[in-house]
Design a protein around this ligand. Structure first.
Ligand code: ZN
Length: 132
């Protein structure tokens, strides 16, 4: 598995995008909404990996709940896989808890599936496979 991106929950892309552009010294190359998840995302390329900023678009969004509980900060770590269904089956068989039975549409042209943090030492892990 390759580290694809790190997801960071922020209150407002409007203030965080310029902040991370300064921090990383690179422009945000894409912003995209994922309506089913209630989030807007913004992406930065950092070497071989990316930073994904996530802002909630509604109160019921997982990002709104996360920020309500923990405040802004690192939300998830995403690994790129070749075959997401096979990887989901492999991890489920090992006892990891998946948050969905099937891959869901994600940002940045990906199909994604999350692992419950209680089975991964408190880290929300995203598996993602690029849609070709
Ligand atoms: Zn992500």
């Amino acid at each position: 598995m390759k580290l694809e991106h790190i997801g960071i929950a922020v209150k407002e892309l409007a203030t965080s995008v310029p902040l991370f552009e300064q921090l990383l010294n690179t422009p945000c190359y894409k912003t995209e909404g994922v309506e089913t998840e209630g989030v807007n995302t913004a992406f930065f390329q950092t070497g071989d990996s990316k930073i994904e900023l996530l802002e909630a678009t509604k109160d019921t969004s997982p990002i709104a709940k996360f920020i309500g509980k923990k405040g802004e900060g690192i939300h998830h770590i995403a690994f790129e896989v070749e075959n997401i269904e096979a990887e989901m089956k492999r991890l489920q068989a090992l006892g990891f808890e998946l948050l969905s039975d099937a891959p869901k549409p994600g940002a940045d042209n990906k199909r994604v599936c999350f692992l419950h943090p209680k089975s991964t030492n408190g880290v929300l892990v995203e598996l993602c496979q690029e849609i070709r």
